[in-house]
Design a protein around this ligand. Structure first.
Ligand SMILES: [Cu+2]
Length: 139
C-alpha cells in the first residue's frame, strides 16, 4: 500500500513538473547567429547588429505560431533564466516587433553580446535557441 502511495505521489509530481514547463518547444534545426558584428570586431560609433535565424521563423511578440520567436540581445549578461520571460532592461533588449536589425549605442570598451530567441511570451524555447557569445570593442 505504501509503495502504491509513493508511486502515486511520484506520478502526480511528474504531472506538476510537466504542467509547469511553460516553454515552447524549439525544432532541432533552430539556430540564431550574428550576421554582424563579427566576434572580436572593433567598432567606432553605434554597433550595428544583424540577427540571423534559420530553421525557424520570426514572429512578433504576442503572436503564437509554431516554430517562431523574436530576437533578444543579451548585452554584458552571461546568464539568463530559461524558465521565465526575459526581463526588459539594458542587458536584455527585446525586438518584439520582429526586427532582425538594430543599432546599439554602447559606451567605449569591451562588451559581450548574445542572441536568445524568445517565444510569444518572451520565454526562451526548450531547448533554448541561443547564439555564441561574441565580444566587440567599441573605440
Ligand atoms: Cu521579448
Amino acid at each position: 500500500m505504501q509503495r502504491l502511495l509513493i508511486a502515486a505521489a511520484a506520478v502526480s509530481l511528474a504531472t506538476i513538473a510537466v504542467a509547469q514547463d511553460i516553454r515552447t518547444p524549439a525544432p532541432a534545426a533552430g539556430k540564431v547567429y550574428f550576421i554582424e558584428p563579427k566576434n572580436g570586431a572593433e567598432i567606432t560609433g553605434p554597433v550595428v547588429v544583424k540577427m540571423g535565424l534559420s530553421g525557424m521563423g520570426v514572429a512578433p511578440a504576442g503572436v503564437e505560431k509554431k516554430d517562431t520567436g523574436h530576437h533578444h540581445i543579451l548585452v554584458n549578461q552571461a546568464k539568463f533564466d530559461g524558465m521565465a520571460p526575459l526581463p526588459a532592461d539594458d542587458k536584455h533588449r527585446h525586438f518584439g516587433n520582429g526586427q532582425t536589425e538594430t543599432s546599439l549605442a554602447l559606451p567605449a570598451g569591451k562588451h559581450t553580446l548574445q542572441l536568445v530567441l524568445g517565444d510569444h511570451n518572451h520565454i526562451p524555447h526548450n531547448p533554448p535557441v541561443t547564439s555564441e557569445v561574441i565580444t566587440v570593442t567599441v573605440k
